[in-house]
Write a protein that binds this ligand. Structure first.
Ligand code: SF4
Length: 314
């Protein structure tokens, strides 16, 4: 096994094929509505990452039921995770959130998966999720966008939060016993390969449960697309993404589940890797083999590594 894949992890945890069903509900976030900023992240598309959900214009319950129907036929799935995917899915009054989350718990749903920003996950929301989780006997996954560990990159892409908020949110979610998943974009041109190593180390040190790796894509009518057209922004390519993905994985704790090695962009996007997601995935797997690495090959830096190296056997 080159890396810890999601499907077998979920199959073991829930005893059958488990499929995430995407739900789009929210249409904004604090980085768009003026609480943090109005521009949003420079790479954010107009669906807030919900572009792949073909049922996104329906109400939540219908999206879920249609998604489940589709997953039963296409994947023979028997368990489902209600995945609140687009925009910031904790960004509403508690009463609204309670009604929303409860509306997504139907027969076969084993977990809620809530995607959000690190600066929009207060303990009040964690309390609410814990209450629902206990009462309805379902698990909770929380996905946080970190994107980069480089503060200069976070500022330049207008993320509107720093690494500190991410660490704080992860610790909060872990205190409540939720599974935590981090999103990272591995090929920002302003990040070096050392940033990707540092990112893998941070995610391992704070103990996230899962990671979604992404390559940068440029969607029309975004600030990053305007820079690209002006020639002031030049994305990397497949070779660089593969190189960074391999280094990132080799430094990552092998316990962390890899939810994605790369995710597909919207159809109208210019994508740094310029091949299909499955081709890019194969390239990463081949490169891991070529360099003789697996996830965690270089996970040797925590728990007083230098002391252990010198004195552990004395
Ligand atoms: S926080 Fe998410 S939804 Fe908001 S602008 Fe950034 S990527 Fe888009």
């Amino acid at each position: 096994m080159k890396y810890r894949e999601l499907a077998p992890y979920l199959r073991k945890k829930y005893g059958g094929r488990t499929q995430r069903i995407p739900i789009s509900h929210f249409t904004t976030c604090p980085n768009r509505d003026g609480i943090v900023s109005v521009g949003g992240c420079t790479f954010c598309d107009k669906t807030g990452s919900g572009f792949a959900n073909k049922f996104r214009n329906m109400d939540v319950r219908t999206q879920l039921l249609e998604g489940i129907k589709h997953a039963k036929v296409r994947y023979h799935a028997t368990r489902f995770i209600a995945y609140f995917q687009s925009f910031t899915n904790t960004y509403a009054p508690l009463s609204e959130l309670e009604e929303l989350y409860n509306s997504a718990i139907v027969d076969g749903v084993v977990a809620l998966d809530i995607s959000t920003r690190p600066d929009a996950f207060p303990c009040e929301v964690a309390e609410l999720l814990k209450k629902i989780s206990t009462k309805r006997k379902i698990d909770v996954f929380v996905e946080f966008g970190l994107e980069s560990i480089n503060e200069h990159t976070l500022v330049s892409v207008n993320r509107g939060h720093s690494v500190a908020e991410f660490i704080d949110a992860i610790f909060c979610a872990k205190r409540y016993g939720f599974e935590t998943i981090a999103h990272v974009i591995l090929d920002f041109p302003s990040d070096t390969i050392h940033d990707e190593i540092a990112c893998a180390k941070l995610l391992s040190a704070v103990g996230v449960n899962g990671v979604k790796m992404h390559a940068l894509y440029i969607v029309p009518n975004t600030p990053i697309a305007r820079d690209y057209l002006k020639g002031t922004f030049k994305p990397y390519n497949l070779d660089e993404y593969v190189r960074r993905a391999v280094v990132f994985l080799s430094h990552l704790d092998p316990k962390i589940v890899i939810h994605r090695l790369i995710s597909a962009p919207p159809k109208d996007a210019i994508w740094s890797v310029n091949v299909s997601a499955s081709e890019a995935k194969q390239r990463i797997e081949k490169e891991l083999e070529r360099v003789g690495k697996v996830q965690g090959s270089d996970f040797n830096y925590l728990n007083g590594a230098s002391w252990r190296k010198k004195f552990a056997s004395v």
